[in-house]
Design a protein around this ligand. Structure first.
Ligand code: HDE
Length: 758
């Protein structure tokens, strides 16, 4: 049959019919006798990677988000048609007046195809254009109805389908994943009472306090308008010009310049609702709430030199990582934590809870874990789901309410508004990925691309002709939170509350809560970004800002820029600044995570003459532990092992360089080690793994590569703290156990050297 032939033969069998007289009779019609995998029925329970697109229906008892089955299209066993369902005989050639003649205007098949193609793109998101998403579910650990009537928290064990999109902010849709940037963390809950979008970031604070400044912020960070440079980077004049004129951004900048902005994976970042929200119970009583997503896999980041190199080696690094983890059945998980506090408590805090540049320290209000989110299914189609999903902060459900945070208030408008131009009209809620699972009934009608076919003559309320339907839900519907505190009438005013004027205390809190390695990374990141700035006055302004945060920080950055620390920027308030104690949870190293070595990528570097037995043993052990080992060599093909056997090379160094692995094992065998030591790519591989503080295990003669790469001998010899081991093949067990432990944990930053050790 055709499919069999197509699979077996490296050419297109339809080609023969395209030429000369044969063109008058199209080739044989049906060419797909092999049942398509999707046509063979249910794949429930399937957890491993498969040939089909996406990863099927969710394996656990929760309905597919948005009930997508009704719109899933699959061409298996189907004939090709136009958009009007007309069968197409020939999809290779346009209709010509004679074989060598012009194309006929009447070729409606060609015109439909090209016209559709011409309109395939929609505007990308004005921010957060680059992203990746997955389906899953949220499971509540407990019944929270005493504090909120929000449907997902109605009972212990209750599952609510979710669709989650992660993103960078500044880059365009095709930009690289590992740039220094804030990451979006947007969750759409398809609840029984309508959709709730928790549109957060991986950083708990923001650059600005008022929505009025958002277009300015984004215009400053986006590529500069005259030459559209640079792509997806904050390291340029306009960004630093703006933020150094906006001291309220100081706290957020500390996070932005920390390793939070270069995560190892979407799976290893926290998420935050950022703003203060309200939770409301059925009695209308409300409390304030901050939302936290805590990755079960722990918080892990890259180092800058590595992140920058990954931009070249694999621009889809985070997209691929998320996709592969889900296909491998290593479902990413986050626990949802709530910080709950009353209005009275909020009054007593030394900062304003309506100020999005401030966080609520966990020492002040502990995070209470209330449920877990699991992502267990990749989208079937990137455009239909990931691109068309429309998150709106205005999408809240009964039991959730806004606070008066002026940044949040502006967002409530912006998201709905932006979808109208991005998705081409007011009916974007009917696009399958956006459609709620809860039924929709109202008197809104018509508009571009309307899908629903409303019946009856009534499209107004009150009505008697429709029996008064749809009727108001009353107290069963959405109701706003009542404030417990008396609210005096106030004049309209453009301004900010007093406490918004403290711009530095929490920036200092962040700084003093970091480990020395994290502090060094922050200093280096400021140095890098400000070195890219060309206007000296901007650097001076930045230093005067940092002088208000911490003298060591300001001094470190000044040294890196070859400058003196100038006098501090004038403060916006005379009020004595609050003093904070260090808050350990603000360090990335506070969360090692429970993922272990699962999905961690390990390169096994080998050359001809390798000791095949130990490679196979290591490979099997890593695989059994859930890690992803790869035999890496200077080029593809097979290795001739020392024992005469042959070993398949899985990938070449060129195709997958060091930065794409979490650790490296240098295989044993004197000839193999000598071959690698003579190869500059192999030496670079080890040098980078060393410099980026990743575990290194050299088996037997493999240590010769360490020496050739210039790793200091003192560090080579049995230094568990440094996650660097040399062992004989016979004594592998202990070292491999220690290696795996290091692979699961945080990096040994004491090994970090700014320049390569050679
Ligand atoms: Fe957004 N933001 N934002 N933002 N934002 C958008 O909506 C906006 C802010 C965030 O995966 C846009 O659909 C304003 C804070 C995420 O589809 C737009 C203000 C936080 C995403 C918009 C903010 C976010 C967006 C662009 C200040 C963290 C991606 C396309 C008042 C709490 C969602 C779109 C996705 C996207 C406006 C500030 C998170 C234009 C006006 C603070 C994760 O509506």
């Amino acid at each position: 049959g055709g499919q069999q032939m197509a699979a077996d033969m490296p050419f297109n069998a339809n080609k023969a019919g395209e030429h000369g007289e044969a063109a008058r009779t199209p080739q044989a019609g049906k060419t797909c006798p092999v049942p398509h995998p999707a046509a063979t029925g249910s794949t429930v329970g399937e957890t491993t990677a498969s040939a089909k697109t996406g990863s099927g229906v969710p394996p656990v008892g929760v309905c597919p988000a948005g009930d997508l089955d009704r719109v899933r299209a699959d061409a298996g066993e189907q004939r090709l048609t136009t958009n009007q369902g007309v069968p197409v005989a020939d999809n290779q050639n346009s209709l010509k007046v004679g074989l060598r003649g012009p194309t006929a205007l009447e070729d409606f098949i060609l015109r439909e195809k090209i016209t559709h193609f011409d309109h395939e793109r929609i505007p990308e998101r004005v921010v957060h254009a680059r992203g990746s998403a997955a389906h899953g579910y949220f499971e509540s650990y407990q019944d929270l109805s005493d504090i909120t009537r929000a449907a997902p928290f109605a009972a212990a064990g209750k599952r609510t389908p979710v669709f989650v999109r992660f993103s960078t902010v500044a880059g365009e849709r095709g930009s690289a994943d590992t740039v220094r940037d804030v990451r979006g963390f947007a969750v759409k809950f398809y609840t029984d009472e309508g959709n709730w979008d928790l549109v957060g970031n991986n950083i708990p604070v923001f650059f600005i306090q008022d929505a009025m400044k958002f277009p300015d912020l984004i215009h400053s960070v986006k590529p500069e308008p005259h030459n559209a440079i640079p792509q997806a980077a904050s390291a340029h004049d306009t960004f630093w010009d703006f933020v150094t004129l906006m001291p309220e951004s100081t706290h957020m900048l500390m996070w932005h310049l920390s390793d939070r902005a270069i995560p190892r994976s979407y799976r290893t970042m926290q998420g935050f609702g950022v703003h203060t929200f309200r939770l409301v119970n059925a009695q209308g009583e409300s409390v304030f709430c901050k939302f936290h997503w805590q990755p079960v896999g722990g918080t892990h980041s890259l180092v800058w030199d590595e992140a920058a190199k990954i931009i070249g080696a694999d621009p889809d690094f985070h997209r691929r990582d998320l996709w592969e983890a889900i296909e491998a059945g290593a479902y990413p998980e986050w626990e949802l934590g709530l910080q709950i506090f009353t209005e009275e408590q909020a009054e007593s805090f030394p900062f304003d809870v309506l100020d999005a540049t401030k966080l609520v320290p966990e020492e002040l209000v502990p995070v209470q874990v209330v449920g877990k989110m699991t992502l267990n299914r990749n989208p079937d189609n990137f455009f239909a789901e990931t691109e068309q999903v429309a998150f709106c902060t205005a999408h809240i459900v009964p039991g959730i309410d806004f606070s008066n945070d002026p940044l949040l208030q502006g967002r409530i408008h912006s998201y709905l508004d932006t979808q109208i131009s991005r998705l081409g009209g007011a009916n974007f809620h009917e696009i399958p990925i956006n459609a709620p699972l809860a039924p929709v009934h109202n008197n809104q009608r018509d508009g571009m691309h309307r899908q629903a076919v409303h019946r009856g003559r009534v499209a107004y309320e009150p009505n008697s002709l429709g029996g008064g339907c749809p009727f108001q839900a009353g107290m069963a519907g959405f109701t706003t939170a009542r404030s417990q505190m008396p609210q005096p009438p106030e004049d309209k005013v453009r301004g900010k509350p007093e406490l918004f004027a403290d711009h530095y205390s929490q920036a200092r809190l962040f700084w003093i809560s970091q480990t020395p390695a994290e502090q060094a990374h922050i200093v280096n990141a400021y140095r890098f970004e400000l070195s890219r700035v060309t206007v000296p006055a901007i650097r001076v302004r930045l230093l005067s800002m940092l002088a208000n945060v911490d003298p060591i920080l300001a001094e470190g950055v000044a040294q890196g820029l070859g400058m003196e620390v100038p006098p501090p920027m004038p403060l916006a308030t005379d009020a004595p600044p609050p003093q904070y104690e260090p808050s350990p949870p603000l360090s990335l190293l506070a969360r090692p995570g429970a993922l272990g070595v699962k999905t961690r990528k390990v390169a096994i570097l080998a050359g001809h003459g390798v000791e095949a037995d130990s490679v196979k043993a290591i490979y099997a052990e890593l695989l059994a532990a859930g890690a992803t080992p790869r035999v890496v060599a200077p080029q593809l093909g097979q290795l001739a092992a020392a024992d005469g056997s042959r070993l398949d090379i899985e990938i070449s160094i060129e195709a997958a360089p060091a930065v794409l692995y979490d650790a490296v094992i240098i295989a044993g065998g004197a000839t193999s080690a000598a071959m690698l030591a003579a190869d500059s790519d192999a030496r670079d591989f080890v040098r980078q793994q060393y410099r980026h503080c990743k575990p290194i295990l050299a088996v037997g003669a493999g240590k010769d590569l360490l020496t050739a790469a210039g790793i200091p001998p003192a560090m080579q010899d049995g230094a568990p703290d440094l996650a660097l081991w040399q062992v004989e093949a016979g004594a592998l067990d202990g070292a491999l156990a220690a290696f795996k432990e290091a692979l699961a944990g945080h990096r040994p930053f004491q090994r970090e050297t700014d320049a390569a050790p050679l």
